[in-house]
Design a protein around this ligand. Structure first.
Ligand code: GLC
Length: 554
């Protein structure tokens, strides 16, 4: 693979509503991010991805944009944004924005215009169908029909996600032109690139045919008909050619539904994007089909299989975007470590296991503190629209309200959206006022101030781990080296990173038992570890529960 500047980055994802509130209204903001840049610089972050901060009614916390070139007033102004870019640049931190172009808000002026005048050009920017009932039985990602009736008219509009997120009609070339102008406008402003939202949804099955129902609601998942459909390539190729190709930028697409065999088109040398997120490992506990709310039991071996397949498949074509958390996922410690979620040694090994994979590491805010899920007692405590829908649907499928609440608590997107705990003060130092979403109960014990400078803390561990990848003696191999799985005990994930000149073997014990691994050669040199003393007996390596070890050979 040809070397690219972005292969060396370490990305930190910010959910602006919950990062830091500088204005005291209970909602995080752009100045808040600027004030905390020193924290990120000290951590060793080189790029931040900011979830949408554009004007929005916030039905889906900014993923419903009403003005692509304006900043949401609760987040600040365009001056605040420009200042953030300047201040970040001073610290050599690059900025990646979230690009949401599969849909807009229903409050976007294009949609408003389309409603006002069905003969206007804007009407064809969206997907409208006439009739006295929903044109088909597709279910939206957030529940209910993908079709919403327009009051007073026999007309419906299409939305893959929430009702207030009408999908754009990518079949219309004039609409695509408008989008390219917006993308180029931001790139010209000097941002480093984009994380691209739900981009595999832009092409639909244009027959609009109903499918066999897969739930008690009589509907069928829309992803079968409106995600990664044949013909999507020409849209994505054009998008790249008209925008990203003209700037030295980086793009990471949220592209669910892409088969490994198609990766060449998406991330190969001439691919549509620099990278895409692979969700197969992150979703290993999610059942597919109608049993979606049941958690699937899984073992470390299953996780290893998913991660290593993803790594070796992506390696054939391009570069990975590695993550264990984001704003749509539960906290990684709770999901992957289960009963060991509160054990800092386990949290560190989980962090190191994905961090040293081949590709760009993404860290989601609070992950570096080892935050865990926040169990809510009532559905009223949730803000996320998909959580409320999942609760309703679980009950529709015959579960009790307690069971429904349990499902939602395990997987809710609100687990990771709680305000960032900066210190142990009231509201965790996040805000002077009651925050928009409840803080987790753990914040007096788990917060950034407490962990800063404290030997053995998860935060200090992340700082050290980032430094080791970026500046350590094996940086060349750990950043650019190829990857290959290595045989190990059942609860251990092990791999080998290698270049022509050097090889690093890595073992991560994700189980609560001591294990014995085989060293490739007796003269292997220990270069990095977590936990206690590393015990080597001849060619055997003894791993403590939750210990990580890296050795170099040759
Ligand atoms: C993506 C985002 C998610 C959002 C959805 C609709 O999946 O990550 O937060 O709700 O797209 O824009």
């Amino acid at each position: 693979m040809r070397r690219q500047w972005w292969q060396e980055e370490v990305v930190y994802q910010i959910y602006p509503k919950s990062f830091y509130d500088s204005s005291g209204d209970g909602v995080g903001d752009l100045r808040g991010i600027t004030e905390k840049l020193d924290y990120l610089e000290d951590l060793g972050i080189t790029m931040i991805w900011i979830c949408p901060m554009y004007q929005s009614p916030m039905d889906d916390n900014g993923y419903d944009i009403s003005d692509y070139m304006g900043i949401a007033p609760e987040f600040g102004t365009m001056e605040d944004f420009d200042q953030l870019v300047r201040e970040a640049e001073r610290r050599k931190i690059k900025i990646m924005l979230d690009l949401v172009i599969n849909h807009t808000s229903d409050e976007h002026r294009w949609f408003q215009r389309a409603l006002e005048d069905p003969n206007s050009a804007c009407h064809d920017y969206y997907i409208f169908k006439e009739g006295d009932r929903e044109p088909n039985n597709w279910r939206s990602v957030f529940g209910g029909s993908v079709w919403e009736k327009i009051p007073g008219r026999d007309e419906y509009y299409f939305h893959s996600f929430g009702k207030k997120q009408p999908d754009l009609n990518w079949e219309n070339p004039a609409l695509r032109e408008q989008l390219y102008e917006i993308v180029n406008w931001w790139l010209k402003k000097g941002i480093a690139g984009f994380r691209i939202d739900a981009i595999t949804f832009v092409k639909k099955d244009l027959t609009w045919k109903s499918r066999e129902a897969d739930g008690a609601d009589g509907l069928s998942k829309c992803t079968k008909s409106s995600r990664n459909q044949p013909g999507i390539g020409s849209f994505l190729h054009e998008l790249r050619e008209r925008t990203f190709d003209r700037y030295p930028c980086v793009t990471v697409a949220e592209a669910p539904g892409v088969a490994y065999g198609e990766l060449g088109d998406f991330i190969g040398e001439e691919g549509y994007f620099s990278m895409i997120f692979d969700f197969r490992a992150a979703d290993l506990d999610v059942a597919s089909g109608s049993e979606w709310f049941k958690r699937v039991p899984w073992t470390v071996e299953d996780l290893r299989e998913k991660i290593m397949t993803s790594q070796t498949e992506i390696q054939k074509y391009g570069w990975s975007a590695n993550f264990i958390e984001n704003h749509d996922q539960p906290r990684a410690a709770s999901k992957y470590l289960r009963e060991a979620q509160g054990n800092p040694e386990a949290v560190k090994t989980l962090g190191a296991m994905y961090f040293f994979l081949r590709g760009l590491p993404f860290i989601y805010q609070g992950q570096e503190l080892g935050m865990v899920n926040f169990e809510r007692k009532s559905i009223r405590e949730f803000d996320d629209l998909s959580s409320t829908d999942q609760y309703r649907r679980a009950m529709e499928e015959g579960y009790s309200s307690e069971e429904a609440l349990r499902f939602v608590n395990l997987r809710s997107r609100d687990n990771a959206r709680t305000p960032f705990p900066w210190n142990k003060d009231r509201y965790g130092g996040f805000s002077r006022t009651k925050p928009w979403l409840g803080m987790t109960e753990e914040y007096p014990a788990v917060n950034a101030a407490d962990q800063t400078g404290r030997p053995g803390s998860v935060l200090e561990f992340y700082r050290e781990m980032i430094r080791f990848r970026q500046k350590g003696p094996c940086r060349e191999c750990l950043i650019y080296g190829d990857i290959e799985p290595v045989d190990s005990s059942r609860e251990v994930i092990a791999y080998r990173r290698y270049t022509e000149k050097e090889t690093v073997y890595c073992w991560f014990n994700l189980g609560g038992r001591e294990t014995e691994e085989k060293l490739p050669e007796v003269s292997a040199k220990l270069i990095w570890k977590t936990g206690g003393e590393v015990r080597i007996r001849g060619n055997r390596l003894l791993l403590e529960p939750y210990q990580s070890v890296m050795v170099r050979t040759s």
